[in-house]
Design a protein around this ligand. Structure first.
Ligand code: KG4
Ligand code: ZN
Length: 338
């Protein structure tokens, strides 16, 4: 089964052709990062306009790279939630147009389920059930994946997502957008124990987390130093901040694994590219004899290949949509499209 997949939920316009959920025949990503970087974050209106301008060429290139035409495709998969509504609508309407023109069925895909599926593309042996840490710019979840289309949230952030926490602190420290990757780089020169920062705990809910207090603590450290005319060691602050976030995430995954008896741990989403998170997960999984899967760096961020992979499993489960499909800015991962 060959699926043409479309992704436009944030600031990447992407298309891919995926065979049987596991094989990438082509994957094209047009990123808008440089333009949004001028404003320090994603400007939704600009994102929608760029998606509109680029989506046809991106989809054509995905077909050309796979040496295929639309006729060779069995289904059209598209990210329909969650994300920026204007950005999502470009992909959804484009996919609906393709579906109407070709008669090929439409498969709506949840963006975070796609991030999880990125692992199926890189690890042929990986199959549910497993426990997954999903950490992106908008979400931080600990999810039980009992089957390819069955998800249950065990823990989540109460406020900022891990990626958002990285980006906001990086911005306050004067690092370029998108901050996560720069904070990760600068951390490597710092001492992770230099600053004593608050833990992202939520009283009474050991698998939940809250990053907004941590982020505010960093902003306060920077402001206080500025007022006193003191210099802050930015690499030390980055390293300490990253260390607290990574420990918060990994501690909770290990607790959930112990409580639920999971033997396989999977990481997914943009923040799974973080070097500190990857090495801590590796160390803690090894210590407990848990099997760990992380996506290769090129599949951590937004792409359409992961959407094509999840679309395959949604198709096997009979989860298709008709032309009344709409995009949704928010949607829990444990919900299905109607
Ligand atoms: O999954 P993603 O590409 O988009 C969403 O679905 O949100 O995640 C983007 C997030 C951004 O917050 C970005 O700063 C973060 O992933 N990120 C990182 C790293 N690379 C990307 N955060 C920390 N360390 C990294 N190396
Ligand atoms: Zn994403």
């Amino acid at each position: 089964m060959r699926i043409l997949a479309i992704e436009s939920s944030c600031d990447e316009t992407a298309a891919a052709i995926i065979e049987d959920g596991r094989k990438i025949l082509s994957s094209v990503i047009n990123t808008q990062v440089a333009e949004h970087g001028l404003y320090g974050g994603v400007v939704p209106e600009i994102a929608s306009r760029r998606h509109t301008e680029n989506i046809v060429a991106v989809a054509e290139k995905a077909l050309a790279d796979a040496e295929m035409t639309l006729e060779d495709v069995d289904y059209i998969g598209v990210t329909a939630a969650p994300g920026l509504i204007g950005a999502l609508l470009v992909g959804v309407n484009f996919a609906k147009g393709l579906s109407l023109a070709t008669g090929k069925k439409l498969i709506p895909v949840h963006h975070l389920k796609g991030h999880i599926a990125a692992n199926y593309l890189a690890h042929p042996e990986l199959k549910p059930p497993f426990l997954c840490l999903v950490v992106s710019g908008g979400h931080s979840h600990i999810v039980e994946v009992s089957d390819y289309t069955k998800f249950r949230i065990l823990g989540k952030t109460r406020d900022d997502a891990a990626g958002e926490a990285f980006d906001k602190a990086a911005r306050a420290m004067g690092l370029p957008y998108p901050g996560g990757v720069h904070l990760d780089r600068v951390s490597k020169e710092g001492n992770p124990k230099a600053f004593n920062l608050p833990k992202p705990r939520v009283e009474g809910c050991p698998l939940d987390m809250s990053f907004s207090g941590l982020k505010t603590a960093v902003v306060n450290i920077l402001h206080n130093a500025e007022q006193r005319g003191e210099e802050i060691n930015i690499p030390d602050l980055c390293a300490s901040y990253q260390d607290v976030i990574c420990h918060a995430l990994v501690d909770r995954v290990m607790l959930a694994a112990k409580e639920g008896g999971y033997k396989t741990i999977v990481a997914a989403g943009g923040v799974s590219a973080n070097s500190g998170l990857r090495s801590l997960l590796e160390r803690e999984c090894k210590r407990r004899h848990l099997e760990l899967f992380v996506p290769p760096l090129e599949l951590c961020g937004d792409n359409a290949a992961m959407i094509g992979s999840q679309a395959y499993y949604e198709a096997l489960a009979g989860h298709f949509a008709n032309l009344s499909l709409n995009a949704r800015p928010t949607m829990p991962i444990d919900e299905d499209f109607e």
